[in-house]
Design a protein around this ligand. Structure first.
Ligand code: GNR
Ligand code: NI
Length: 170
């Protein structure tokens, strides 16, 4: 089922995700919904908190359009190591129409569980590293606007606020 993606400044985007103690069938259904919602958007990643489900879960698929899909599921993710620095023009499904340069670590080593609850470790660079850090932020209630300088932050806040006002008066 495709879920509704929350838009900034929805306060639910600020709620941190809860640690998953067991990947139940119910949570696997949530993971399926997250993947379906991400592909429909379309986006390269989606965090559970973006659809109002406060769990430490995100999904990522960075495969290009002409490549077979490659869904990666991260439950209870943690970054074990970061290295280097990279600036990437990021978008966020919770900030439609916004694209800004954000500084991140260039490489990350991550530990997480998959949809069967099995622990895995992964080393990532490029877009995958950027996406993992972007999604991990979501699980802590941190949003791309928090990485912007004060001028861009105010601009983006106003743009999103105006957008919300326009939708509310319809
Ligand atoms: O679709 C998305 N694209 C993207 C591009 C650059 C850096 C991060 C991202 S994640 C974003 C989807 C999203 O909002 N995930 O939370
Ligand atoms: Ni996002």
């Amino acid at each position: 089922m495709i879920r509704t993606i929350l838009h900034y400044p929805d306060p639910r985007l600020r709620e941190p995700g809860k640690k998953v103690t067991e990947v139940t069938d119910e949570l696997r259904k949530l993971i399926d919904d997250m993947a379906e919602t991400m592909y429909a958007a379309p986006g390269v990643g989606l965090a559970a908190t973006q659809i109002g489900e406060p769990w430490q879960i995100f999904v990522i698929d960075i495969a290009a359009e002409d490549e077979p899909s490659n869904l990666q599921v991260f439950v209870n993710p943690e970054i074990l190591a970061r290295d280097g620095e990279i600036t990437w023009q990021e978008g966020c499904l919770s900030f439609p129409g916004v694209q800004e340069d954000i500084d991140r670590a260039a490489k990350v080593r991550v530990r997480a569980q998959d949809r069967d609850g099995k622990t895995f470790e992964l080393e990532a660079d490029g877009l995958l590293a950027v996406a993992i850090q972007h999604e991990l932020d979501h699980l802590e209630g941190v949003l791309m606007i928090d990485h912007m300088g004060p001028l861009k932050k105010r601009l983006v806040h106003r743009k999103m606020q105006r957008r919300e006002d326009a939708h509310a008066t319809r």
